[in-house]
Design a protein around this ligand. Structure first.
Ligand code: 3HC
Length: 289
């Protein structure tokens, strides 16, 4: 695969575009409009400049990487893409509308992948032009750093599609875990109940924010505690995923912690809004409770 298109220029989409470009492939980046796609490229520019500052890559390589990324304002140039990766908001109706619109320009031999973190692939595949060429390709944040991609074929996905995207994922220097199309796939099915439980522990005042995080950092050797990680992922995304687990399985063990719901209702969504379980507006994060 040489030409990739990424739909969604948020945290995940820009991370995917950066990683693809860092591995020598050309990538088109789109969002609701050209200005938003260009702003996404601006975020990548910033991340790459940091790497240059730290001596991780040289200026020439950084420029070449950025040259391979083209922000676009509509889907028509994607007719050239070998693979379109959807990385939009984790809402099924938004994703389905994208599959229908961008599906109109999908080349006859190209693949459509979704970076959904938990929505069933088999169901979304019906909104793409060819379910045999539709698959889940789940990246982890921050994409340039994390070593894993989950590959999730739906019921109708062709083996050739699974093989192609597995090869593509390995070409990005990532390890691949193949998951069946079950709610939450493998990693989020395990991660989100942990984050949700941490919010229950907080809500029941068993321990404070810092101690819950310290407990998991030092007691389990996790790089971030669960509340820090929830802020990093976005509390709205965490709630969306735990709700998908809850609604699709109807198993009460996945019921969202009431405090998580409250934080999302308050608009305290984590790092991206400057406040989640921690306040990020100062020099260092400060716990909010
Ligand atoms: N591009 C390239 N490299 C980058 C980068 C970027 N955008 N951002 C950071 N890096 C590199 C840095 O250069 C650094 O490299 P080095 O170790 O060789 O010096 C390395 O990444 C670590 O960066 P920092 O020193 O800035 O930060 P930390 O050491 O504090 O690590 C972290 C930050 C990697 C985010 C670490 O805290 C971590 O691993 N946290 C857990 C992340 C996690 O669990 N992610 C998964 C979330 S779940 C998910 O994504 C699924 C979804 O569906 C919800």
């Amino acid at each position: 695969m040489q030409k990739i298109a990424v739909i969604g220029a948020g945290q995940m989409g820009t991370g995917i575009a950066q990683t693809v470009a860092a591995h020598g492939m050309r990538v088109m980046l789109s969002d609701v409009d050209l200005a938003t796609a260009e702003a996404g490229k601006g975020k990548i520019d910033k991340a790459v400049s940091k790497l240059v500052g730290r001596g991780k890559i040289d200026v020439g390589a950084a420029e070449a990487l950025l040259d391979r990324i083209t922000p676009i304002g509509d889907y028509s140039p994607m007719e050239e893409a070998d693979l379109i990766i959807e990385a939009a908001t984790e809402r099924e109706e938004i994703k389905n509308a994208i599959f229908e619109a961008a599906g109109k320009v999908l080349a006859d031999d190209a693949i459509f992948a979704s970076n959904t973190s938990s929505i069933p692939i088999t169901r979304m595949a019906n909104h793409s032009p060819d379910p045999a060429r539709f698959i889940g390709l789940h990246f982890f944040n921050p994409v340039p750093v994390m070593g894993l991609i989950e590959v999730i074929p739906g019921l109708a996905t062709a083996k050739s599609t699974t093989d192609s995207v597995t090869e593509f994922a390995k070409g990005l220097g990532k390890e691949v875990v193949l998951s069946q199309d079950e709610p939450g796939f493998v990693v989020n099915r395990i991660l989100l109940p942990m984050i949700n439980e941490a919010v229950f522990v907080l809500g029941q005042s068993t321990a404070g924010i810092e101690d819950i995080d310290k407990g998991c950092r030092l007691g389990l050797n996790h790089p971030m505690g669960p509340l820090q990680l929830a802020d990093f992922v976005g509390l709205d995304t965490c709630l969306d995923i735990i709700n998908v687990l809850y609604r699709t399985t109807r198993d009460s063990k996945y019921r969202p912690a009431p405090l998580l719901v409250k934080y999302v209702e308050a608009g305290w969504l984590g790092r991206k809004t400057g406040r989640g379980f921690y306040d990020y507006t100062g020099e260092a994060p400060v716990p909010t409770r």
